[in-house]
Design a protein around this ligand. Structure first.
Ligand SMILES: [Zn+2]
Length: 156
């Protein structure tokens, strides 16, 4: 188990495009495990993209609702509908914005063994997929904000 250093607002790596993974090997599996460990160290963390811990590879881990996923080279292959969301991000503590996201999103990725998987998420899970996959292209949730939301510490 290894906890990686989280990267926060203002760190240029959050604006970088992550690179495709050619080979899902032990090194990649170790990074995914570390990302999951780091996610579990956070308070209420649902998911994390690799550049949030300083690694420019297209990797995402999710432990949210009924989904426990380690995704390599994930991409959205289908999206339908629309929903209004409230979004936050581990790299931007205390900031919340309203966004408009698809209601349903289908993602294709490789799992930690290099096998192709296809997962569909609805509602909050669809929001989560969109948020994390955008990180891999250097896009953060604030870029999609339609308004800033004030949430007092009591509501969190
Ligand atoms: Zn985020």
């Amino acid at each position: 188990m290894a906890i990686r250093q989280m990267r926060y607002s203002g760190d240029p790596i959050l604006r970088k495009k992550c690179k495709y993974v050619d080979d899902v090997n032990d090194k990649i599996r170790r990074i995914l495990d570390d990302m999951m460990d780091t996610l579990h160290e956070t308070e209420n963390g649902a998911a994390m993209a690799a550049n949030q811990v300083g690694i420019l590879k297209r990797l995402v881990v999710i432990d949210y609702l009924d989904n426990y996923l380690k995704l390599v080279n994930p991409e959205i292959i289908e999206q339908t509908g629309e929903q209004s969301c409230i979004e936050g991000c581990l790299s931007f503590p205390g900031r919340y914005v309203r966004t408009i996201r698809p209601q349903s999103v289908t993602v294709r990725a490789l799992d930690e063994n290099g096998s192709e998987i296809i997962v569909t998420g609805e509602g909050d899970m669809a929001k989560c997929f969109c948020h994390e996959l955008e990180h891999l292209d250097g896009i953060v949730f604030l870029d999609n904000a339609v308004e800033e939301i004030e949430i007092s510490a009591d509501d969190e």
